[in-house]
Design a protein around this ligand. Structure first.
Ligand code: GUN
Length: 305
């Protein structure tokens, strides 16, 4: 049997970053404005620390001003709100990202809503959620993981996704719901499946495009996949890997990759798939926010998303 095409997030992310670099150079040359991003992290969650470090590195590579605010786990909600307000008011900062999850005593909703929608490079603010769901993509900030996932799907399927059966497994605000909104805009027939969905396996087996965003290691196996389907695996799960030695771990997706290879038409790997694209799309959103702030939407990076 033929093997599925492996869709490389690394290659596509490098292209996106290159496009962002060029757009940034043009923005700086024509307006003097340097895109600025502030990343805020509260506490010591090791996975979050890794993400935040790579965001900072990428931002510098793109030619941005990049600031990271590391706050201790005991920071009060009021202090975090004060920081966000100062970043809202800071003309050098065009993009603000507060890394989630936040400690229990801080309301994520309150913090997300305190970020100016035009600086909300995560696209989590209710204004951006509304703009996306009403189809106003030119004003919305699109959440990075779904935006990257859509670009990966188009790598395998081409620009035109019209009429495809798309199933999104997972209904989170960060991935599942905005992913469904994006695919609907692409004229897919979209179903959101979740933990209460009946006959989920048969439902997924009907998908031409299957997006897995549940956070359960290797939940989706060959029996869930329509032969030839395109699979976008958003899951990043750390599991024990005794075969690598005692105490060792490895990253796996929500899809059983090896099993899927024999059935799917195309699939994203973990790592090296959606994860790297998420960071690239964050850079794109920051450059977009800076161009819009300058009143120069014509200088946004053109990703033909
Ligand atoms: N935590 C996991 N994914 C994300 C993301 O895309 N943005 C933020 N802010 N936090 C996250």
């Amino acid at each position: 049997m033929s093997q599925a095409q492996i869709i490389s997030g690394k290659t596509l992310a490098a292209t996106v970053v290159e496009t962002v670099k060029q757009a940034t150079a043009r923005l700086i040359a024509q307006t003097g404005i340097i895109p600025g991003i502030a990343v805020v992290i509260v506490g010591e969650d090791p996975a979050s620390q890794v993400y935040v470090r790579s965001k900072g590195k990428r931002a510098e590579e793109c030619g941005f001003l990049s600031r990271t605010h590391r706050l201790d786990a005991g920071t009060s909600e009021a202090d975090l709100l004060t920081l966000v307000e100062s970043l809202n008011a800071d003309a050098a900062i065009h993009g603000i990202l507060v890394q989630l999850p936040l400690p229990q005593h801080i309301s994520e909703e309150k913090i997300v809503e305190s970020i100016l929608p035009e600086k909300d490079v995560d696209g989590f603010h209710p204004i951006n959620v509304g703009l996306l769901s009403s189809g106003n993509r030119s004003r919305a900030m699109i959440p990075c993981t779904p935006a990257g996932s859509l670009m990966l799907a188009k790598q395998a399927l081409g620009e035109n996704l019209s009429g495809l059966n798309a199933v999104v497994v997972g209904r989170s605000n960060i991935v599942g719901k905005p992913m469904a909104a994006l695919l609907l805009q692409e004229s897919c027939t979209v179903t959101i499946a979740h933990s209460r969905t009946r006959e989920i396996e048969a439902l997924c087996r009907n998908a031409d495009l299957l997006v897995a965003a549940v956070g359960r290691p290797q939940m989706i196996n060959a029996g869930w996949i329509k032969p030839g389907a395109t699979i976008i695996d958003v899951g990043i799960n750390r599991v024990d890997a005794p075969e690598k030695g005692e105490g060792k771990t490895r990253l796996v997706g929500d899809v059983d990759f090896d099993a899927a290879l024999g059935v799917a038409g195309a699939i994203t790997p973990v790592p090296g798939g959606v994860g790297v694209m998420t960071i690239a799309m964050l850079m794109a959103n920051t450059a977009i926010a800076a161009a819009r702030a300058a009143g120069r939407a014509d200088l946004e990076p053109d990703l033909s998303l």
